[in-house]
Ligand binder design. Sequence first.
Ligand code: MG
Length: 233
Amino acid sequence: MFISILPHGRMLLIALAVILTASTAAVCADSLFQGDEAAPADAVVLFDGKDLSKFVSCDSGGPATWKVVDGYCTPKGADICSKQHFKDCQLHAEFWVPYMPNKTGQGRGNSGVFFMGFVYEIQILDSYGLVPKNNDCGSIYSQTPPKINACRPPETWQSYDIIFKAPRFDSAGKKIANARVTVLQNGVLVQDNVAITSPTPNHSDPEPKEAGPIRLQNHGDAVRFRNVWVRPL
Ligand code: MG
């Protein structure tokens, strides 16, 4: 009855709005998140809590030796490297650092996420409550501290959403653009399209021209990872 008394033009607008709302909802349901911890439909899921079949031991190239427990993985043996290699990509990883009150600095919940192999590290550490330095959680390790400290307390699940851009080279092999990275830690922007000027473990190493693995670090601490996925860009 309400609709019947509206002018035709307004009825048309209402009908269009209903159609647009319904179609947008359908697209979102098909292509975006199904829930907080689900990967997008086009993601390469590296670890879904079940097994480490998408990784190898970085040292031996054989099966990854980390333990999988209750939907997360935790270091045992060498760092693990994704079998699939990437250049530009978006990475999501959730991590948990142990409470280690008797340790300080780099000895407290250390791990990291590396891009293009053992080259560019985004640090993982228990840096909760600290004024962040360039080796704290959220840093481009030993280069750039996070804009703010976005850490949750230890033994709390946290997230990284990282957009990584590989360095560019000209046809003669000369670098013409640095690698760049944007990092959100727990949804907070901590690195905003920042240049990575050299490899972070050893600043004098040559930078990679080819795609490389995502590498998760065993620094000797009982960190945990879950829900790791990548979207090549
Ligand atoms: Mg580290």
